[in-house]
Design a protein around this ligand. Structure first.
Ligand code: ZN
Length: 112
């Protein structure tokens, strides 16, 4: 999961992403505090916002890695005489499901 926020500058307004370890806003509060002050990667302007303004997005890198693992697993199985099993196809499906759940759980929970 990655956390995005929009730049406060009206002329910019582009999305930026924060790298954090937390999966929910309570942990995030402990990690970065109730407000964050970040520099926009597009225009350089500082944006100070409450962490409730951050929104979770699915990290497509995680999903691509899962797909790569599934393809590698399929090839390995093929070489030892098995055709692709539902397990190999299940890896990306499971990764996608986990990532989507993390994002929706994060976005549902707001702190006071
Ligand atoms: Zn900006």
């Amino acid at each position: 999961m990655k956390l995005g926020y929009y730049c406060a500058s009206y002329s910019c307004g582009k999305i930026n992403y924060l790298k954090v370890a937390s999966n929910n806003r309570y942990d995030l509060k402990g990690e970065i505090g109730t407000e964050f002050n970040e520099r926009c990667k597009h225009c350089g302007k500082h944006t100070k916002k409450h962490i409730n303004r951050l929104h979770g997005e699915m990290n497509t890198t995680v999903l691509l890695i899962a797909v790569a693992i599934a393809i590698a697993g399929t090839i390995v199985l093929w070489n030892i005489g098995f055709i692709a099993s539902p397990v190999t196809f299940g890896i990306p499906a499971l990764a996608w499901y986990n990532e989507r759940k993390k994002v929706s759980d994060f976005n549902k929970l707001m702190i006071d």
